[in-house]
Write a protein that binds this ligand. Structure first.
Ligand SMILES: *[C@@H]1O[C@H](CO)[C@@H](O)[C@H](O)[C@H]1NC(C)=O
Ligand SMILES: *[C@@H]1O[C@H](CO)[C@@H](O)[C@H](O)[C@H]1NC(C)=O
Ligand SMILES: *[C@@H]1O[C@H](CO)[C@@H](O)[C@H](O)[C@H]1NC(C)=O
Ligand SMILES: *[C@@H]1O[C@H](CO)[C@@H](O)[C@H](O)[C@H]1NC(C)=O
Length: 257
């Protein structure tokens, strides 16, 4: 056997999941491994089904896929492009149309890393709530570490609370104080799949309570105006009888009573 022949045999073994009893051969690019096709978000998966001249059809998670006329006889090919989050764990099946027991399947395994911007500016006012969030939506799941000034944040002592719903990780602090909390934070996600940690930084600037001061001044003014207004209104209502009486034309032009 020539070298290319050996390589060809090797590639055929690598790329196909042959079910001897099914009479079908399902080839995949990238290769099938243990019934799984591992791929990344936005990439392309090409599946080819080969039978002995019979009519073929495709299913995705048990639902028929439309393929072009002429793409069903003997050899049938489908492309999944772009691969999306929804394709993770999707099962693609090729089967003989007139005998569905002749079938072969592969399952997609889509890996994706969190998508984070590199740096975010955060402006917060003294004593207000500070919230920072970063994307942790990934397959396989990532572990998350929040850092302040380059050191891990001690959640038990710092007053920070962290939540993680598998899509977003949030770091929250009820009352921010410039002396303690202004500066650089980062959300570092580590994946067993992607070697370089994904690091999103936050430059937190704590401002004076400008808005708070204005509101503190404005609220008493509004309250004062409302009180004066209400008092006037009540006074007017109390005198309404007399005023209307004044304004009513006296029935007999005699106001002397
Ligand atoms: C996938 O493609 C979309 C649209 O073309 C793009 O916005 C997104 O950043 C891509 N994702 C990756 C992980 O390449
Ligand atoms: C299915 O069709 C092929 C030809 O297309 C034929 O050889 C085979 O016997 C058929 N099988 C059944 C179960 O009808
Ligand atoms: C696929 O084939 C297997 C046996 O090869 C059978 O048990 C199964 O029911 C078939 N699936 C369908 C949808 O017919
Ligand atoms: C994340 O980035 C910040 C700012 O660039 C840096 O100070 C910090 O050390 C980085 N952390 C890791 C784990 O790479």
């Amino acid at each position: 056997m020539t070298t290319s022949g050996t390589l060809g045999m090797f590639l055929l073994m690598l790329y196909s999941t042959t079910l001897p009893t099914s009479g079908l051969e399902l080839l995949s690019e990238p290769a099938v491994s243990g019934g799984f096709v591992s791929t990344e978000l936005n990439s392309t998966v090409s599946l080819t089904c080969v039978s002995e001249g019979t009519e073929l059809e495709w299913l995705r998670n048990g639902h028929l896929i439309r393929v072009a006329e002429g793409n069903t006889q003997g050899t049938s090919r489908v492309c999944i492009w772009p691969v999306t989050h929804d394709d993770n764990a999707a099962i693609f099946t090729c089967q003989q149309k007139n005998d569905t027991s002749m079938n072969a399947s592969v399952q997609l395994e889509v890996t994706y890393a969190p998508l984070n911007s590199v740096m975010e500016e955060v402006l917060v006012e003294e004593t207000r709530e500070l919230v920072m969030s970063c994307d942790v939506f990934a397959n396989p799941p990532v572990s998350v570490l929040w850092e302040q000034h380059g050191a891990p944040i001690d959640l038990s002592e710092s007053g920070f609370q962290m939540t993680n719903d598998g899509i977003t990780s949030r770091l929250r602090l009820g009352k921010v104080a410039r002396a303690k909390h202004q500066g650089l934070y980062s959300c570092v996600t580590t994946s067993p799949k992607y070697p370089t940690p994904n690091n999103k930084s936050f430059q937190v600037t704590v401002n004076d309570k400008t808005l708070q001061v204005q509101l503190d001044l404005i609220f008493p003014i509004i309250a004062g105006v409302v009180v004066i207004g209400l008092t006037t209104l009540l006074a007017v209502i109390a005198r309404w009888k007399r005023i209307t009486q004044c304004c009513k034309p006296a029935p007999n032009f005699d106001n002397s009573q």
